[in-house]
Design a protein around this ligand. Sequence first.
Ligand code: T3D
Length: 262
Amino acid sequence: MNDVVLYSVADGVATLTLNRPDQLNAFTADMHAGLLAGIARVAADDNVRCLVITGAGRGFCAGEDLREAMKSMGAGGIDYEGILRERYRPVVLGLQQLPKPVIAAVNGVAAGAGVSLALACDIRLAADNARFMLAFSKIGLIPDAGANWFLPRVVGIGRALELAMTGGSMDAAKAEATGLVNHVFPADEFADRVKAYAAELAQGATAAMGFAKQAIYYGLSHDLAATLAEEGRLQARAGATADHQEGVQAFVEKRPPVFRGR
Ligand code: T3D
């Protein structure tokens, strides 16, 4: 992609690695460009059936690069609205709308918009030495980059408000207990455990996973009747996939299915 976002593929899993380890992978404009290019590449490649986002070095992502933000300050201050609209919004929507499973592999500290990035992924796996810190209030800002939409849905409104107001830090064990992360793995096994988890997902019926993602997000902003109708439409599309045929056939023949993601 570029020097600050690395792209690799193995076993049907693409990995985007945020690569500014000395700054704990804090976001820059280049990093957003690299992420967007990576998401587009994953979307276009039928052989890629799962995306993992992780960080190089000891951090996952420390949010916006505050030094770069200071440099961009004009007479009217920093153009937060413009930066969020032009740089963060396409990445957040790109991940949420990608019709393939997306895993945040939180290998170390996630702060500010780094937490938002993890929230925009479908599944969060964390190393046991990872930390989550909604740092915004510590610098007089509000959560952004989608955190206001995802966080209360993931951890509940009370916890979301507390995290937003205190900017407090949560260790991996607490993040797992609150539902912020799905699974915590020992740091020294983290890369292998993520690889195994992602490879298993990538061998599944990934087209159906994409439809399930669409149905669940649809349900979050629509009523029951509309959601019932939408899941019917999406189930019809899942039911028309070769993977569905293979799944039923394999069940009847009492053998493991071989899914191809189509
Ligand atoms: O347009 C907009 O700006 C709007 C969008 C805003 C979104 C946001 O994300 S706002 C929130 C921005 N993030 C933060 O406020 C977090 C700042 N970082 C920290 O509080 C701490 O670094 C951590 C708690 C994340 C980790 O602490 P620690 O002690 O493990 O590491 P450290 O020593 O503080 O950081 C290591 C290096 O990374 C250090 O570099 P140095 O001084 O040794 O050369 C530090 O400056 C750099 N670094 C960490 N976070 C950032 C950063 N550099 C630039 N920007 C950062 N956000």
